[in-house]
Design a protein around this ligand. Structure first.
Ligand SMILES: [Zn+2]
Length: 71
């Protein structure tokens, strides 16, 4: 399991202990697995968590792309 680092803004929980981080499970969660941390299971800081959860019906790379397009 990776340490909590937001997959959108790359804020690291170890540098920001005051910020909450949560995992979001995307649709590609079960298809591909990497040693140690499952594909499709991403960390987000509280600023990006709500948006990520709203896109969790997508694959993780599609969700991240949409978030970047929307800023
Ligand atoms: Zn973030």
């Amino acid at each position: 399991m990776r340490p909590p680092i937001c997959d959108f803004c790359h804020r690291d929980s170890r540098d920001h202990p005051e910020v909450e981080f949560s995992l979001v499970s995307f649709q590609n969660r079960e298809r591909l697995e990497q040693p140690g941390h499952p594909e499709g299971l991403l960390w987000f800081c509280r600023d990006h968590l709500e948006r990520a959860r709203a896109l969790s019906h997508l694959d993780s790379h599609e969700a991240l792309q949409r978030m970047r397009e929307e800023g």
